[in-house]
Design a protein around this ligand. Structure first.
Ligand code: XIL
Length: 316
């Protein structure tokens, strides 16, 4: 069967990719599959570029873990997606509990985004600069950044990232924006408002943590309403979870669903690539987060390809 990045490139996409995480890199079977650039043309560090990992105390930057994954991708000839600069989760308490003034928090964001993006200037071509800024109703989420600075925090982060790496594609990334609805409308309005203010924004990332049997029927229309804004779209964290134990029928439906997501992106030229949120059920984030659910990825926990794998190939 065709390797996934080969299939994606043959279809005119920039890559097919996978997230990974540092502690998985001691598993040699895992690393061998991950390192095949015909299979994965792009890698996203799942945790090691987040704020708690990169600036655990103010002004103290640590890149050991980030470097490990960046260096692996470089050695393998794989593109990188940076994840992420500003997010309400995995944020050290010095940021959340600092009671900073607007001016101070603004400079903290500028320093953080500028330093992290700048560290990998020319090496990380896509960046989730702002992660999960929206509520389900399409308004901006209340967190330390919004509560202190309002919508302005988003432009501060994007401008700092742009200054640090003018060639990187800068994204806003969120979940629950796969189908049309209030949250997707909120994303449209946010991007319009940023563009109107000449804030650098290149792309919208759709996380796509989906449930088997529930791929939104409006996925294609929604991707098109995003690309119509003049930005690119990437599917950044795809997985399709199910209630365990997985039956053959579930796995067959999952294959269909993977195929549907891929073929929908494939048909839209502004949808540039797809990343799965790790590739094997052995290291999926799903079971720890959604109790009783799992089996969300195209390889099982023993590194056997599931029907979903063929669904992906068929989708391109
Ligand atoms: C998850 C990681 O995969 C886990 O290892 C970690 O414990 C929590 O975060 N949306 C995102 C990702 O943008 O950063 C999250 O990653 C999954 C949901």
């Amino acid at each position: 069967t065709t390797p996934l990045n080969v299939a994606a490139k043959a279809a005119g996409k920039k890559y097919f990719g996978s997230a990974t995480d540092n502690h998985e890199l001691t598993d040699s079977t895992y690393v061998e599959i991950l390192s095949d650039s015909n299979m994965f043309g792009q890698i996203t560090p799942g945790n090691s570029l987040k704020w708690d990992a990169t600036e655990p105390s103010r002004g103290n930057f640590t890149f050991t873990q980030g470097d490990q994954i960046v260096n692996l991708a470089k050695a393998n000839g794989q593109l990188l997606r940076g994840h992420n600069c500003v997010w309400h989760n995995q944020l050290p308490s010095w940021v959340t509990s600092g009671n900073f003034s607007a001016d101070t928090l603004s400079s903290i964001i500028t320093t953080h985004c500028g330093t992290v993006v700048g560290r990998y200037q020319g090496q990380i071509c896509f960046w989730d600069v702002v992660n999960e800024p929206l509520n389900d109703d399409g308004t901006l989420r209340s967190d330390v950044f919004y509560d202190t600075l309002g919508e302005e925090y988003i432009s501060i982060a994007l401008r700092a990232a742009k200054a640090a790496d003018p060639d990187a594609k800068l994204y806003i990334n969120d979940y629950g924006i796969e189908g049309t609805g209030p949250k997707s409308t909120g994303m449209v309005n946010l991007v319009k408002s940023l563009k109107a203010a000449s804030v650098p924004i290149d792309g919208i990332g759709m996380q796509a943590h989906l449930i088997v049997g529930q791929v939104p029927s409006t996925l294609g229309d929604n991707i098109k309403q995003f690309t119509a804004l003049g930005v690119e779209v990437a599917i950044t964290e795809l997985d399709l979870r199910m209630t365990l134990p997985a039956t053959d029928a579930d796995l067959a439906q999952q294959k269909e669903d993977y195929q549907r997501v891929i073929s929908t992106c494939n048909a839209i030229s502004g949808c540039i690539g797809v990343t799965i949120w790790d590739y094997t059920d052995k290291y999926s984030w799903v079971p720890a987060t959604f109790s009783g659910q799992g089996a969300a990825l195209p390889w099982d926990e023993n590194f056997n390809k599931k029907p979903a794998y063929d669904g992906i190939v068929a989708g391109f």
